[in-house]
Design a protein around this ligand. Structure first.
Ligand code: MEV
Length: 418
């Protein structure tokens, strides 16, 4: 893995210089090395991954740099089509690193699968107790490998959903896997035994993505004196951050956007490691509504002259199995991160989500969000009118300074520059 100090130096390089330095740093570690894959290889890969495939969709990859997480300096690979996400995360991470960085934590990787039974008899719970030994040994046999890795079956329980509908819950520590296949296999293996034991008629068996026992969190405390921004002194700026959080807790319309910004980082990090972005999003938004009203996933308060920020949410990240182990770019990005395990990935994701949110609301209550966006828009316009490589930055600066934010105006500047 490349040292963090060297990764930081890459900030001033071009994308191709950056890529070749990263390739060099990872050389010999990856088989296949993504840079050696041809278009035909990627087409083969797409056909293995999905049905009726015709290619792969390039999504920009970038490093969100400047993170200090539990004392470790880190740059996080993000795959995102949205400008500003990486710049914003890096900006906030660097600011928080100067104040001691993030402290993070993560639960064990506990997931559940459920078998839903209909037409259950009135003595269904007694029948369940009687068959528990058999059900447990069936699942234990399926989870032998997981047990040898330190995980495995934690328990099987039953609960009435209504008078005749019962849910059987299988709880498993899936260690570094996402666990979907394993959980679904366990749940499906119980279908026949449950029916044979007369517990009812099986409707369906599936894992739950509501991974509430697989949470991770992060927090930071930044001295108020270090926080002045956009003409606001430190204390006023900190109070504005807390007020922005309060608005999100009072107004669902704002909370959705607040949380969307958090997931800008977390989903991009998940995509870069080929984790299941939809599972993460579903669990995050369910968690946001756990009180019955949709709430912000972060929290801010002022204490001991510090602005404190915190996030905690379900983060079912895998570092092994499925697309994570198979996708060459996911392997590349995990190698860049020094091959973290699943819980370490979840802790990084929590810190990233908090950084992303701090950056977004900092801009919103500071100078406003459009200033940063328009700079990136200028770079896109520069590319669209034909600027390439080092020409892009020069033309984008002129577009930004002249406020030439339409294609026509940018074209005019490009033609004059040439
Ligand atoms: C944009 O993708 C995300 C933000 O809207 C998040 C927020 O408003 O907190 C900037």
């Amino acid at each position: 893995m490349m040292q963090e100090a060297n990764l930081r130096k890459l900030r001033k390089s071009t994308p191709s210089q950056r890529r070749s330095r990263l390739d060099q740093a990872l050389s010999g570690q990856l088989d296949p090395a993504p840079s050696q894959l041809s278009l035909a290889d990627w087409l083969d890969f797409s056909a293995i991954m999905v049905e009726n495939s015709y290619g792969c969709m390039p999504v920009p990859l970038g490093l969100a740099s400047g993170f200090l997480i539990d004392g470790h300096e880190l740059s996080l690979p993000l795959a995102t089509e949205e400008p500003s996400v990486i710049a914003a995360a890096s900006f906030a991470a660097t600011q928080i690193a100067h104040c001691g960085g993030f402290t993070t934590w993560a639960d064990q990787s506990i997931m559940q699968a459920h078998v839903y039974l209909n037409d259950c008899p009135s003595d269904v719970m007694g029948r369940f107790e009687k068959s528990l030994v058999q059900l447990t040994s069936l699942c234990t046999a399926l989870l032998t490998n997981m047990k040898s890795r330190g995980g495995g079956l934690l328990g099987i329980s039953a609960k009435h959903l209504d008078d005749t509908c019962v849910r059987i819950c299988v709880e498993v520590n899936v260690c570094d896997a996402m666990g979907a296949n394993l959980l679904n296999s366990c749940a499906e293996a119980l279908r026949n035994p449950l029916e044979q034991a007369g517990l009812g008629k099986v409707l369906m068996a599936i894992l739950s993505n509501n991974s509430v026992d697989r949470k991770a969190g992060a927090r930071f405390g930044a001295p108020i004196g270090d926080l002045s921004r956009a003409g606001y002194k430190g204390l006023e700026f900190a109070q504005r951050i807390v007020a922005a959080w309060k608005v999100a807790s009072l107004d669902r319309d704002r909370a959705v956007t607040h949380n969307k910004g958090i997931m800008n980082g977390i989903s991009a990090f998940a995509l870069a490691s080929a984790n299941d972005t939809r599972a993460l999003e579903a669990a995050a938004h369910a968690w946001a509504s756990k009180s019955g009203s949709y709430q912000p996933l972060t929290r801010y308060w002022i204490q001991d002259n510090k602005l404190c920020g915190e996030i905690e949410l379900p983060l079912a990240f895998a570092s092994l199995g499925g697309a994570v182990s198979f996708h060459p770019m996911a392997q590349y990005n995990l190698a860049l991160l020094g091959r973290p395990d699943a819980r370490e990935l979840a802790r990084m994701a929590a810190a990233l989500g908090l950084a992303q949110n701090f950056a977004a609301i900092g801009a919103l209550v500071g100078e406003g969000i459009q200033a940063g966006h328009m700079r990136l828009h200028a770079r896109r316009l520069a590319w669209q009118v034909g600027a390439r490589a080092e020409q892009i930055e020069g033309l984008a600066t002129t577009i930004f300074e002249e406020k030439a934010f339409t294609l026509g105006a940018a074209k005019k500047l490009w033609n004059t520059d040439k």
